[in-house]
Design a protein around this ligand. Sequence first.
Ligand code: ADP
Ligand code: MG
Length: 332
Amino acid sequence: KAVAHRICSGQVILDLSSAVKELVENSLDAGASNIEIILKEYGEEFFKVIDNGSGISPDNFQALARKHHTSKIMEFSDLHSLTTFGFRGEALSSLCALGNVTVETRSKNEALGTHLTFDHSGSVIEEKKTARQVGTSVIVEKLFCSLPVRNKEFSRNIRREYGKLTSLLNAYALMARGVRFLCTNITGKNSRSVVLKTQGNSSIKENVITVLGFNTFQCLEPLSLHLCESCTVEGFLSKPGYGSGRNMGDRQFFYINGRPVDMPKVSKLLNEVYRGSNSKQYPIAIMNFIMPTMSCDVNVSPDKRKVFISDEGSLLLLLRTEIEKMYAPHGC
Ligand code: ADP
Ligand code: MG
């Protein structure tokens, strides 16, 4: 049973970025306005996410890392109106199965915080009081230590995993309003490098400047498309002729209702239309698709990056027409 649990957990937590993503989403769900991410050796030794959110109340401690324990969904019918990132109660239980997890938390009704240590089955094995501010820290040491093959793979690819993580953190930092992000990586004895630092801006425009830089911002124009009655797209897109020389992916950010998702078909469409006018570059894109929660399903893959959109084909056609208008040579 323990082995099965480890294997299933390895499908929820695929790699470093999906692990950190779950923790950051928990912090956002808890209403944090400050989220700090600390990596040790690019996340290979440990990663830690510290927030100033609501904290966790003591009656949740024992079940916290039990599979399917969640405080976010009361009944299945809620699924369609869901606005939190999490709802399946799988992240903490999976992280416990795959690494060594400790949680430090204090909710506003408690005078002191609590430090909790979990074993691989998700049971609390140590609980002690500690002083801390309201909020939560989750530390995961030695991710994948319980899956030897994955662990080897993880160590070998750590730089790539780290790269993927930074672009994922950028995706969250671009869309979040009023949330400060700080991510640092500690290597060797004590050398720290800042991976990401934002000021809790109140607009996406300011986030773009902070996260991608002013030079990149100048290459973009604001996007506001009404594709149809039920779908609009807000964000930024490269001006004609201003793209990114690098390959797609790290400069294209897609969201549905503010949730970062993978949209390979949209990416392909953008690249095709854009490259029709300029063969060497890829467009930079920040695109948030706003649509009724009824018309999309994020429950396709355990990491919630894949989505089903109802009537995706016609949406893509409408989008293509709009993007073609933007990139059509002037004067036509
Ligand atoms: P889910 O997010 O799907 O509910 P998780 O396994 O990610 O499941 O988390 C389990 C529960 O632990 C959450 O429902 C929440 O109650 C609590 N929790 C986890 N992280 C935090 C946090 N940073 N702040 C407050 N509560 C948290
Ligand atoms: Mg969660």
